[in-house]
Design a binder for this molecule. Structure first.
Ligand SMILES: [Zn+2]
Length: 437
């Protein structure tokens, strides 16, 4: 049975600008002067020896080289919105290909613990695969390295995204660096199959009694970690960084990777709502608990699901902490089910990304499973993904699978709709109203 609804609106934009390719695409490997992320156990904020800058394993010859434009094929340059089979960023869930890169008898191939470690890591990767959609097989390198520590504090793990790209096919924002997994999802093509998209390294010393005493990693997948550190939770945390929960700011307040902001940088604001990327660089901008998330979906989840007020606080202590500042949620605000992305793990168990984390990932361009996104203000390439939403609801209804989700950004719409399948309409911030004049 068909039901007709009238969507009400003040504004209706219909425009299809074809994406034009930039003259060149530049490959940019992540080579920070600090680790991208460090997850620690350090309850008393004692001075702690952080690991040396993390160098992701890559194919050396591609460092700094220009990549031929032809290596990224145009997936849907002349896409007609009715031809949803050309949709690039929506459809299947992402998958992960994991390379455990330790020597025989070491780390993930330890004779006693290796299998349990690998199984726990795969379990965590599968959680992310269930929560994100896109035509991507995300390549991950996982290693375990002795990194020391003492009885009271230690680094648990660290991670980084392998490469960042800008101005790729269907890039939502010009001159902004995107992590490679997101590039693969948005453009429909892995721009470089020779490098890992995510690198994760764990401190194998945590399982030794001279580091954090008898506490070690817990490799079960049931969350019954007791006094130990839940390996699934930590893997989930690190993979989130690799997906793009990462910034390019320095302690002096400057930012940029090869002179261009990372997409995560774009959504950081101060307590006055000013974008950090637009401010004159100053250490004050990135310390003093003065950093907040300004992205719509992360903020909406913070206010409506978490019950927060004011800005969504990003970890920005004084003094600055390498590998920890800015790339985490505030440690003190978020507890329990909400602390997957805080910088300090004191034995927390989080086996599902919370809606704030999912909101932040959607803000930077990821899409949730079985979802089509609508933003009437959208221009340019559109495929119904969060990064490149449709600008009419009818396109989303046509494209969305039965029992899927149509997620509508704030705005006003005037469309005559025929809904002939079961779908759930949700808002991306605010309330979606259908059929009221
Ligand atoms: Zn972290």
């Amino acid at each position: 049975m068909k039901t007709q609804y009238h969507l009400l609106c003040l504004l209706f934009l219909m425009s299809f600008h074809l994406f034009s390719l930039e003259p060149s695409l530049k490959i940019q490997l992540w080579a920070p002067d600090q680790p991208v992320d460090i997850l620690i156990y350090n309850p008393n904020n004692r001075p702690i020896d952080l690991p040396q800058p993390y160098t992701p394993a890559t194919i050396p010859e591609v460092y700094g080289q220009e990549i031929e434009e032809s290596q990224i094929e145009a997936v849907a340059q002349h896409m007609d919105y009715r031809k949803t089979e050309f949709v690039a960023a929506v459809g299947n869930n992402v998958s992960f290909s994991i390379t455990f890169n330790d020597g025989e008898g070491e780390g993930f191939f330890d004779r006693n613990l290796g299998r349990a470690r690998r199984d726990a890591f795969r379990f965590a990767a599968n959680i992310w695969a269930q929560n994100l959609q896109g035509p991507a097989e995300i390549s991950v390198q996982a290693t375990m390295t002795p990194r020391g520590g003492d009885q009271a504090s230690a680094v648990l793990a660290s991670a980084g995204a392998g490469q960042f790209w800008r101005n790729f096919n269907n890039a939502p924002i010009k001159d902004v660096q995107y992590p490679e997994c997101l590039v693969e999802i948005i453009s429909g093509k892995d721009p470089d199959t020779k490098t890992f998209e995510i690198n994760v390294d764990f401190n194998s010393d945590v399982d030794e009694n001279d580091v954090l005493g008898t506490r070690g990693f817990y490799y079960g997948t049931d969350g019954s970690n007791g006094n130990d550190f839940d390996f699934v939770t930590i893997t989930l945390h690190e993979l989130t960084h690799g997906l793009g929960f990462v910034h390019s700011f320095k302690p002096n307040g400057t930012h940029g990777l090869d002179g261009f902001m990372i997409i995560y940088d774009h959504f950081l604001v101060n307590r006055f709502g000013q974008r950090l990327t637009t401010l004159t660089a100053s250490p004050i901008n990135v310390t003093g608990n003065n950093v907040f998330w300004g992205g719509l979906l992360g903020l909406y989840a913070f206010n409506n699901d978490f019950g927060g007020t004011g800005g969504l606080p990003i970890h920005s202590p004084t003094p600055w902490v390498n590998g920890s500042s800015i790339s985490h949620l505030d440690e003190t605000t978020f507890t329990g089910d909400w602390e997957l992305m805080t910088p300090n793990n004191d034995g927390d168990v989080d086996h599902e990304p919370d809606t704030i984390v999912l909101g932040i990932l959607q803000d930077i361009g990821y899409s949730l499973p079985r979802s089509r996104y609508v933003n009437t203000n959208a221009t340019g390439f559109e495929d119904g993904s969060c990064a490149n939403p449709f600008n009419t609801v009818i396109e989303a209804l046509h494209s969305v699978p039965a029992n899927g989700f149509v997620r509508i950004f704030p705005g006003t719409y005037k469309e005559k709709l025929t809904i002939n399948k079961s779908v759930e309409v949700r808002s991306c911030g605010g309330i979606a109203v259908i059929g009221i004049q």
